[in-house]
Design a protein around this ligand. Sequence first.
Ligand code: NUP
Length: 240
Amino acid sequence: MFDLGQFLASFRETLDWLSLKKKSRVVVALDTIGGRSRFQEGEVVKLIDSVSDAIVGVKLGLPFYLNLGPSTRDVIKHFQDLVFIADWKTADVPHVTRLIFENIFDLGFNAGIIHAFTGTKSMSEAVNAARSRGGDVIAVVAMSHEGSELVNSQMHVLADMAVKAGVGCFVAPSNNTSLIQELRAKHPSSKIFSPGVGAQGGEVKAPLRMGADYLIVGRLITDAPNPDDAARRVASESWI
Ligand code: NUP
């Protein structure tokens, strides 16, 4: 349903507003549905519709786009009461980064995720594309999987570069809450998105208590026998 409160608000304001309205800090990562990574547009719309009251946004990765292609735009258009984040984790030279981000916003996404290690020039191009289209940029400064020690050891350097480029939103792992705590301490007004809840061992409340703003939750919800029940459960636990 269209809501006037969202009109012309920034990505971060819209998220805060949706969060308050729905009493949820959950962004759903839609990589799989019931364990399957191939699905039709109708199934996607049905799933998002069933969980939309309990979530503030949907994060769609590259597998989703490779599966559904330009129909992604139609999926996004269906939902006025959610933000959509393109998790394409771009890692390219500045002028190509700009092209990618222009496409992300032209598809209807409200924000896109970039790897901070690409540096300030690439991130600035993403930020410029975002500003000219009313979107936002989220930088990966730490990761949730085994093997991410190298990137995680550079979190502060990466976050400082991101801030220099005008980025105010970060991805940091829910299963490594000390990193969230450190990031929050150094960047009090940033927005921290935290993946790794459930399937990767992260908890719901711990990352939020350490300073995360939003949880990115995939399989715990999308592969559950009843995704709507699972989403409602995680949402109510996230409202602390
Ligand atoms: O460090 C990261 N870890 C991570 O899992 C950065 C991410 N963007 N993600 C994404 O979050 C990953 O691509 C997936 O879409 C989601 C987590 O999914 P799940 O483990 O909750 O199913």
